[in-house]
Design a protein around this ligand. Structure first.
Ligand code: LMR
Length: 402
């Protein structure tokens, strides 16, 4: 008997699958600006020197590789908590090491489902995996427009109206900074308005924090989370360190549940531990120990902060270049692309159509995600020029006129 005959072939992953297609492409001038990993000017994978050094220190000091506690490496969690929440009173926050940001979101979905929530509102567009993670756990997904494809910006008035109509007792996922894929973040005043709305309409916010340090700075990029904590709101914060420390393959993340009280935090953590124990037992130690070592060593932390600043600057210079190249090759006033300079983080969202994405791939060997997102952390000046020149040959760019 063939027990597995009813298994249906799954399609390749829309984001990570692109790396496989790219690897299989034999063209020597191919270009991968799809998956969100940071590379330096030479377009080779980049390991932060501070991370490598922390790894060396850890190598000489590590005494065991026995199981971690189910909640993970305590000092790693403490250091990550401080990075995210600063000096806030942490007594009502419980923390759990997670297998990357995806693992943190999965734990979030499971604990919220356990708590009785069953509806999640997702902005349109958002990171492709958000929906999958929550539907797997049984959530109903409702979407709301996040990005206005005509102005290339958030339509904030419309968004507030949508939030006002959301069903009380539901969850709402918001990206703390460097929105994936659009790069469009809320201003501080807009966050304050959102806070008022979610309090009034009794919504539970899930923060996805995957790019701390890639937007305006380590503190600035977590400002909304700290605002919510300061205002006494309960929320979840799913942290990914993949980009922040460039440790993608180590799968280092964390989930913090900001609860109503220290007692509730203890209870919630006990339940998340049960969820983790049943899924993967306890988390891997290496990446967490590297990050812990880095954050606990003053010199390494300072070095990492400097390297992160250089990353931000390189991405910003690619953004500037993209704007001037678009203006030049599409023969439009530079102000038509001013929206791109307002976008934050790794990604540029120009409004490239799926037809253009497909043609870029087939004809020019240039790989973007299907939504036309450009990974500015994965290109250099030459690549930006190549990309824009190719784009200019393919009609139907939906450029802004604002
Ligand atoms: C991306 O959006 O490119 C990254 O977050 C990688 C991933 O897991 O999708």
């Amino acid at each position: 008997m063939d027990f597995l005959k009813n298994v249906v072939q799954a399609p390749p992953d829309p984001i990570l699958g692109i790396n496989l297609a790219f690897a299989a492409d034999s063209r020597s001038d191919k270009l991968n600006a799809s998956v969100g990993t940071y590379r330096q000017n030479d377009l080779q994978p980049y390991i932060f020197p501070s991370v490598k050094e922390a790894e060396r220190v850890l190598f000489s000091q590590e005494k065991n590789k026995e199981y971690l506690p189910i909640a993970g490496e305590a000092d790693y969690l403490k250091a990550t908590q401080q990075l995210v929440f600063g000096q806030a009173d942490l007594s009502r926050i419980c923390g759990m090491q997670a297998v990357g940001g995806t693992g943190a979101l999965r734990l979030t979905a499971e604990i919220l489902s356990h708590a009785g929530l069953n509806t999640l509102y997702l902005g349109e567009p958002t990171w492709g995996n958000h929906q999958n993670i929550f539907t797997t756990v049984g959530f109903q997904i409702r979407s709301f427009p996040y990005f206005d494809f005509h102005t290339h910006r958030i339509n904030f008035a419309q968004l507030c109206e949508q939030i006002s109509k959301m069903q009380a007792g539901s969850a709402l996922l918001l990206q703390a900074s460097c929105h994936n894929p659009t790069g469009c973040d809320f201003s501080k005043d807009e966050w304050k308005e959102i806070l008022r709305l979610i309090q009034r309409h009794q919504l539970f916010v899930v923060f996805d924090l995957a790019y701390q340090g890639f937007g305006e700075g380590l503190e600035e990029d977590v400002w909304p989370i700290r605002l919510f904590v300061q205002e006494g709101v309960s929320c979840a914060v799913a942290v990914s360190h993949s980009k922040t420390f460039g440790v993608y393959a180590e799968r280092v993340g964390a989930l913090f549940m900001v609860c109503a009280s220290p007692t509730q935090a203890e209870i919630v953590l006990s339940r998340i531990k049960v969820i983790a124990r049943r899924a993967y037992s306890n988390p891997p130690c290496h990446g967490a120990r590297v990050i812990k070592t880095l954050l606990q060593t003053k010199e390494l932390k300072a070095l990492w902060e400097k390297e992160l600043q250089e990353v931000r600057q390189r991405i910003a210079s690619m953004r500037q270049l993209l704007v001037s190249e678009l203006s030049l090759h599409l023969k439009q006033d530079i102000s038509n692309f001013s929206y791109l300079l307002e976008q934050k983080g790794m990604f540029a969202f120009v409004g490239i159509s799926s037809y253009q994405v497909e043609t870029l791939k087939k004809k020019y060997g240039i790989y973007l995600t299907e939504d036309g997102r450009i990974n500015l952390g994965g290109v250099n000046a030459q690549a930006v020029q190549t990309l824009v020149r190719a784009l200019a040959q393919i009609p139907d760019i939906q450029h802004s006129t604002s």
